[in-house]
Structures are given as structure tokens and as C-alpha cells.
Design a protein around this ligand. Sequence first.
Ligand SMILES: Cc1cc2nc3c(=O)[nH]c(=O)nc-3n(C[C@H](O)[C@H](O)[C@H](O)COP(=O)(O)OP(=O)(O)OC[C@H]3O[C@@H](n4cnc5c(N)ncnc54)[C@H](O)[C@@H]3O)c2cc1C
Length: 483
Amino acid sequence: MSKLDSDIIVIASGPAGMAAAISAAQGGVRVIVFEKAATTGGTGNMGMGPLGIESRHTRAKQFKPTRDEAFEIFMDYTHWRADARLVRAYLNKSGDTIHWLEDLGVEFVEPASYFPTAYPTWHLIKPATGRPGPMASGTMMKIMTEKAKELGVQIMLQTPVRKLVKKDGKITGIIAEDQSGNDVEASAKAVIIATGGFGNNPQMIKKYTGYDVGKDMHPFRIPGIEGDGIRMAWEAGAAATDMSMEMIYLMPDNMSLPPQVHEAFRQPHLLVNLLGQRFMNEAVMPNATFTGNAIAIQKDRCAFLFFDENIKKQMETDFDFRNIVFPITRFENSDQAIQDVLGQGYGHLFVADSLEELAEKTGIHFDGLKQTVEEYNQFCEKGYDELFNKPHRYLRPIKGPKYYVGRHFPSAYGSLGGIKINDRTEVLDKKWEVIPGLYAAGTDACTIYGDSYVFVLPGNTMGFALNTGRMAGENAAEYIKTA
Ligand SMILES: Cc1cc2nc3c(=O)[nH]c(=O)nc-3n(C[C@H](O)[C@H](O)[C@H](O)COP(=O)(O)OP(=O)(O)OC[C@H]3O[C@@H](n4cnc5c(N)ncnc54)[C@H](O)[C@@H]3O)c2cc1C
């Protein structure tokens, strides 16, 4: 067994862990980061950017919301089923965190909103390629890693932490495992947990959220994100919180689809459940959390978006919705793209020559579907959706001859919650008393969204990770002076 000693130990190197490590090192203390994977960054390598309120970028553009407004939006949205002190501390810090990242060398382009009814809080990272997009945040994680090393932070890759060490009620270190399977014991005055939740642990997802991965839940599965930090914190006496998924929706394995096919089946056409019934205003679909929620309460938790030949032709010229993540403007090369997907044996896209065939292939109830299409076509003729008030401009009749259908399921960027913290990111025990020397940040402790991810303020989870990471690093560095 090898033995190490530090002032602060940070478990994991995602945005929360790296923000914690850098902040603590900037506070002049010794830090070791233990990371399970062979590289740093975690899920933080996948995204486009964090939330920032009242950053110099939003101020320059006079973009709303202000900090007070953001707090009100947040608490209204969550019906105050969120720790208001923690929400306030996070939002208030978030603008400064954008500037702090810029001081480290991270560059941002103009803030954006994810969809039209969201606010422009999403600070898109300018990656090494120059063009923001998926995985741009990998550039941020590389810069943070280099900065941490410059500050003397020791990063132990492929060294997962297995257990916290607690003596006389205080956290005093960890036990990890090196690449040869040997124990590594490290002592410290404070430990910060930031292992990113349980998004790749189907057993935990089933137990704590009720979803069956691969059946009615198709989350992004980032290797290594298996609930380790939550388990270790609970073993050390931490209180548990509500746990949920960071809900969105998608066609399974969506990354394997040509982007124009992916986008075509997210346009505001006819969306039905297995009964053949509509269940939402399809114009709301760009809010992926709302759509995921609505699909999650349908029969077998699935939904079918479909369009006919005419609508497909219109999409060849222009899409109604343009997505900032996949900036595709039209259904280019549509027939070939659909044939390619079908040729690969993809099981969630269907083409049919009649509604009967469509019902047979998808399992949608035929009578329900027929009735819905008739009713929907009448709405299109009248120019008014009596059922859900979908805007007139999206009302296009479904008449055939061909029907194209994509099957959607609930998905998630990851999990949410597990470890109870206060507004200083200190971990609380079951009596809601602070466990001395133990902090948690990021997804493991992200319990602030009530029942639904606050997608109207985009960049929220990476924002929470970076800001609670900073808070944990600063507060732990302060704590160890007296510990
Ligand atoms: C495709 C995709 C796009 C996204 N885009 C955005 C976006 O644009 N904006 C946004 O706000 N959010 C986005 N998110 C969500 C965001 O990436 C996460 O909320 C954020 O990365 C969480 O940070 P974290 O530090 O808590 O955990 P993570 O980034 O998940 O990092 C956790 C780390 O813990 C390590 N680990 C696990 N167990 C152990 C152990 N026992 N010992 C040591 N290390 C361990 C893992 O290897 C990993 O490196 C996106 C997510 C996905 C999947």
C-alpha cells in the first residue's frame, strides 16, 4: 500500500472537481486530485458551455436576466422545492466564474439561449477549432487541467477512490486503488467529492428513479459515472436527497444518426403516443426537458413523431426549428439519409405507405391514430389547434402517400442529486449537521431543480458544477486553516 499526504483531496476531475482543485490551490494549499478515468474532464468534455448571470458578456449585450431576476425565475420554476440559499449562492457567483475561467485562459463567444423561450445564459465555449459546438467544453477542461498542474495540483489518473476515511467524526482521507489493484491511502484535512452522479449505473437509476435503462430511459452513458461518490458519502453518514434524471428526450443512439435525420424528427409535426393520441403542443418540443417529461408519462414511455411526403419536401428547403447544437437548416439528401439509416437496421425509424402499415410496424393503436390524423387535419384546415393551441404556422395536414416515423424515449444528460449539502457545499449528516472535512460539488450534490431540470436558464448543470466546485475549494481551503 502506498501512502500520500495532502491538505485537500478532490475526488474526480470533472468541472466540479477541477474548479475545486484550482480554487483550493489558488488559496495556497496542497491538493491531490484522484480520477478514475485515464483523462481528466469527465462529462465536462461533452458539452458546449456553462450558465453565467451578469457576466461581462451578458452585460455588454444588456441580456436579461439579472441576478435577482434569475433567482426569481429559478424559484418560481421550482415552486420553491429547492434550497433557496444554495440557488442564490450559485447564481450570484456564476457571472464571476465566467471571468475566473477567462483568467485561466478559457474563451467564450456571445451567450446563447438553447431554445426560443429560454434565456441567453449559456456561455458557449470557444474551442481550439474556433467554432462552438458539442464537446467544446473539452477545451475548457484541458485548460483547467493545465492550470491546476501549474498551481502544483497533483493529478492521479486511473486511481478511483473506493472509500472515505473518518476518524473521531471528521473526514481525514481516502482509500483509492492504483492501476495494479493496490490500495493507495491518502490523508488530508478535507475531502471534496465530485464524481458526477450515477448516470451510467442502471441499477441505481432503477432503484432511485424507477427508469429501466435501454427500455424506457436512454441516457448518455459516460463511462465511470457510477454513483461512487454518493455511495461513499452515504457510508460516511451523509444524508441522502431526492434523486432524479436530468431529463431530455431522443431517438436511441441519436449520435449514430445523420444530423439532418435527427433534426427532422424533432420538428413540430404530429407527435402521438401508443394509443395514437396527441399529448402535447409540439411547438414546445425544443424544450427537451418538457418533452421528456411528457413522453415519460405516456404508455410504455415512448412517442412517435411523424410526417408525410409533403412535409418532408418542405423540410428539404427549411426546418422550423434550428438547433444551436446541430446547426442544420434543412433535410438535405432526405431519401438517401433515411435509406442509409434503415439499411443499418436502426430500429426506431419507420417508413410506411399507409396508416394501417404504420400502426402495424410501430404498435400504435390504429383506430386511435386514424381518429387523431382526421382530427388533426381538420385543425390544419381551420388553422386552429383546438386541443393544444399549436401555432397556426406549424399546422400541416398529414395525408400520405408515404409516412415517416421516428420513435422517441426519455433520455438524460445524467443523474441529479444524492448527497445533501448546504450553501457552503459542506456535506450534512442525517441530523443535518456538518460532517467536518467533507464537501460535495457538481452532479453528486445537484438537488436544486425540484422535479424538472431548469432548462430555461441553459448551461445550468455545468454552471452548478463549476460554481459549487469553486465554493467547495474556497471553503475547504478556509476550513483547513482551523481544522
Ligand atoms: C452530451 C452532453 C452535453 C452536455 N452539455 C452541457 C452544456 O452545454 N452545458 C451544461 O451546463 N451541461 C452540459 N452537460 C452536463 C454537464 O456536462 C455535467 O452536468 C457536468 O459535467 C457535471 O460535472 P461534474 O464535475 O459534477 O461531473 P462529471 O463531469 O460527470 O465528472 C465526474 C468525474 O468523476 C470521475 N469519477 C467517478 N467515480 C470516481 C471515483 N470513484 N474516483 C475518482 N473519480 C471518479 C469520472 O471519471 C469523471 O471524470 C452535458 C452533458 C452531456 C452528456
